[in-house]
Design a protein around this ligand. Structure first.
Ligand code: ZN
Length: 199
C-alpha cells in the first residue's frame, strides 16, 4: 500500500536527511502531521532561511551569513598563526578550549580522490593565496588523524613549506588513530594541541 502522493514525497524528502532511514522518516512525518504541524512549519521555514541565507566566510570558509565570520573579524587575534581544520565543528571545539588565539582555515572536508574530492573542493587555491599574502609564521595542521586527514595534512604541509618563513606543525599526542576531533574530550584535544610537533 502506498500513502497519498504528497505524503509519500514528504517521507522521501525526510529520508534524504543524514542518518534517517525509511522507518524513521515515516515516523517523523506522521508525528509532525499528527501533533506537530506548527513545529513542522517552523522547521520548514528555518530550513528555507538557512539554505538561502547561510554562506561561507570569505576568509576562513566557515559557515556564515555575512562576508566575514566573527573570528576572522576579531582584532585581538594573532595573525601569525593559522590553524587548518576539516570542518566548522572542529573549529568550534578548538575555540571552546580557549588555548588558540590565531586564525583558522576551514577545508570543509578532506582530500578523497576516490570520492572525486580534489584540492579545489577543499579550498586549496584560496589557502595558497592566503599563505603568500600574509604574515603567517606557523601553520598548524589540525585535520583528523584518519587516513584522509593525514593525506590532506601532508598535502598542505608541502604547500606551506614553499613559504620559507612558515613553520608547519601537526597536532599529534593524545588523539587516537582513526578518531575524529569532534568526538574527543576537551582535555585530550588540549593535550594534543599544545603538544603539536613540526612536520
Ligand atoms: Zn572566517
Amino acid at each position: 500500500m502506498r500513502f497519498s502522493p504528497l505524503l509519500e514525497e514528504l517521507i522521501e524528502s525526510l529520508r534524504s536527511l543524514p542518518g534517517v532511514g525509511p522507518k524513521t522518516a515515516q515516523r517523523m512525518a506522521f508525528q509532525l502531521l499528527t501533533r506537530g504541524r506548527e513545529k513542522g512549519k517552523r522547521i520548514a521555514h528555518m530550513l528555507n532561511l538557512g539554505m538561502e541565507g547561510i554562506g561561507h566566510c570569505q576568509r576562513c570558509r566557515t559557515f556564515c551569513e555575512a562576508e566575514h565570520c566573527a573570528i576572522c573579524l576579531a582584532p585581538q587575534r594573532d595573525s601569525s598563526l593559522l590553524c587548518i581544520v576539516e570542518n566548522p565543528i572542529d573549529m568550534m571545539v578548538i575555540e571552546q578550549m580557549n588555548i588558540f588565539k590565531g586564525f583558522y582555515f576551514v577545508l570543509m572536508g578532506h582530500l578523497s580522490p576516490l570520492d572525486g574530492i580534489g584540492p579545489e573542493d577543499i579550498g586549496i587555491p584560496e589557502l595558497a593565496q592566503r599563505l603568500t599574502n600574509s604574515s603567517i609564521s606557523e601553520v598548524i595542521l589540525a585535520t583528523n588523524p584518519t587516513v584522509e586527514g593525514e593525506a590532506t595534512a601532508h598535502y598542505i604541509s608541502e604547500l606551506a613549506k614553499q613559504q620559507p618563513q612558515i613553520k608547519v606543525t601537526r597536532i599529534a599526542h593524545g588523539v587516537p588513530l582513526g578518531g575524529e576531533l569532534e568526538y574527543i574530550d576537551g582535555g585530550t584535544l588540549a593535550h594534543a594541541f599544545t603538544g603539536r610537533g613540526e612536520v
